[in-house]
Ligand binder design. Sequence first.
Ligand SMILES: [Fe+2]
Length: 502
Amino acid sequence: MGKSSELALDQLPAPLHKIALAMQPLYRATPAAIRKIVLEAGVRPEDLQAWADFDHPASDSYGRKLAYKGDHFEIMVMSWRPGDASAIHDHGFTQWGAVQVFGPGEHATFRIEEGVMHTASRGVLQPGQVIAVSHDLMHQMINPTTDEPFFSLHVYGLDHEIDNVTGEARVFDVVNGQVQRVDGGVFYALPPEGIKYIDEGPRGDFPTRLRHLVELARRMKKFGHPDLPRIADLIFSGEQREELFSFLQEILDENLHQTDSTAWCVINREMKEAGRFQDEWLKDLRGADPFHQYAEWYDALVGKPCLDGFMANYLRFFLDHYGVALSKSSILSLGCGTGLTEEFLIRELGVPYANLEGIDVSDAMLEVARRRIQARKEDIFDLGPWARRKGYRLQRAECFSIPRPPSAGRGDSPHRLRGSARRIFSGRFYHPRPYSLVSQRGMVARPDDDIPSQSPVDRRGRAYFPAERDHQYSLSGREDAGFVRRQASAFSASHAPGEGLF
Ligand SMILES: [Fe+2]
């Protein structure tokens, strides 16, 4: 049962009164018949205002109120704040019903085949649209807007008297292969007291699991659920990449053209949604406490994927191409972050431990770096003698960056696919904007494609070297000193020789 603001029959607004009167004698019906009743009632959003629940607790996935309870049917009003999303669910004992949505609600339906749940459809409803609800319907509703709360009206019934028409509804946990039976809201992250009992259930295919995780994480984020880091780990784990490729193999032919247009649309949509979540997640981590929490996530989200997918090969290419003897070099690493690349420089490329220094704006990052390579952390302005000893000219430390390849335009160009592929292989494979994972014509980059891994390339596959200089960091000088002093500190790996690293 929903939170009850149930009114007597004759107190209902006229359109709801009309629906209730039509339902009362109706012990045998079809979803289509209920849909027609709701459509013909002419309900307007203002008729539902008495049951508005937009201030519902953040732990509730949406607002939910019972408007009227008949012997064998019920009328409910749901309030959807921007970002609200139901879990994937069915409707308990309901045999037939209808839902009218009064905003651009996103609606997804699901089917189970051979024990696996698939997303059958996902799309946006027109305000005022009415969908029929059968006993077999498994679906999900979302308010995908950022600024538009709206109502939905729900009418559910069956052929005999009952206290709770939607009792024992199934909430599908498609990651753990479980079904939660609930008598209340079909919410994400339900507390144990909100679950009547748990059954075995289907696991989802890759897109269904991914969207489940993303919406679950979003809900958890809204009320600070302690399990959120674990769920985020799942979303960003390397296993997702493997599972993505397995899924793609199922829906592509030998020419890499998709063979299932529904699955194709669904995977595109879910990947973009995961990309949006990734952006939200990183933005939150950066914004709340600059770098503090981010430092904990940096290696998993950015550092390791970049090192494995690009940086390691780039450094090896640089050494081979220019014949640089790192064993005799001193390195100043600008923006050293958590020291992941610096550890690689020491372990794999032979940079002497005592010849490596790093600078970063984040104390939290440097703390991770300090622990990683047992370095000494100091304020950069306390390093004068150190800097002179090393011969660095900190007045003008220059940073080199790789120019971006020219835009390849829109479409399915090989360059575009290579861009997508690099993103995939670098681990940052959720992306909401121009690089969709897969192109509209049905091509996809494969693991064994000819992906240039040593350097950025232009459209003809030419490598871009040498790098262009496009940033300069002035690390001292009157005008910049304050900024640097506030934001920069440094680690120095210049221990006495023999002081243990590994
Ligand atoms: Fe529903």
